[in-house]
Write a protein that binds this ligand. Sequence first.
Ligand code: SAM
Ligand code: DTB
Ligand code: SF4
Length: 326
Amino acid sequence: MNTIRHDWTREEILRLFAEPLNDLLFEAQRIHRQHFDPNEVQVSSLLSIKTGACPEDCGYCPQSSHHHTEIERERLLPLDEVLENARAAKASGATRFCMGAAWRNPTDTHLDKILPMIEGVKALGMETCVTLGMLTDAQAAKLKASGLDYYNHNLDTSPEFYGSVISTRTYEDRLDTLGNVREAGINVCAGGIIGMGESRRDRAGLLQQLANLPKHPESVPINNLVQVEGTPLHGVEALDPLEFVRTIAVARIMMPHSVVRLSAGRLEMSDELQAMCFFAGANSIFYGDKLLTTDNPEASRDRALLERLGMRFSEARSQTDSTATA
Ligand code: SAM
Ligand code: DTB
Ligand code: SF4
């Protein structure tokens, strides 16, 4: 079953999840090898360009103004500071630079300040990604014209569980934004968060939504919840690490051409667990000491891990992404 499918049912996804782990991993790795070099990992670095005071109430997020966390709010960073960070990320080996803003959506005035950031990062020879919240079709077209390679916007979880995590923005709103990004011809980066107290059926529901989009996202970040004190999800029971590995494997099988990112939550993972995620088909990481506001493994630890695994960083490949996937 190597065809690209957009008609997955929840029951067949649950059957994949329930397979013996060795069978599931073997199948995921078999499919992975048909489309990717199994020893390469794509590396992106993140920068929070506008931090905190977000009007949305996402239950996992330290940047929501609805929660009481220790985040220092910051206004939009100036262009030179953003480019300085991008240069440092490039020097350490990242091929993509992702800029995130704690907004419900950008205003057109915001967007006018973001466009030179995208142009400046591209001029350094890096791939560009931004995550700015909801977008209109006209805003997506403007971002495309500035040369943006990827837009990150996550579905986060299943449609049924969604309402218990976020109330200020609907699932439909998110699907609309993804549609606008796709229409504009920008590569789509869309995934979710697991370990939020959802059921396996919800994890299957998230992957079902992603794989049944008209075209699979080019990039699929799977985040393990980073529990931050002061957020409603702080203290929720941690996910069984092998369930995390299973989720990666099922994503790989369902979306064979997509780059699956072992995303937030790596700091709490052992090297061995990360190695299992790579075997399950993950082939991208966030690289650098910080995610947006929380810590990520130090770059030197990641370099040592990849060295031990005989893996290497992949080259930038955005030019081929939009034609390679279904
Ligand atoms: N405000 C924009 C939005 O929500 O679309 C962009 C930035 S937002 C922080 C980007 C993504 O980070 C969210 O969609 C969510 O999936 C992820 N995220 C936020 N907090 C997280 C946490 N504590 N653990 C794991 N992932 C998290
Ligand atoms: C994604 O899926 N994960 C990244 C990125 N897209 C923007 C963000 C993770 C954020 C983790 C919590 C924090 O550092 O604030
Ligand atoms: Fe705001 Fe994004 Fe955090 Fe939600 S995830 S509170 S939209 S910054």
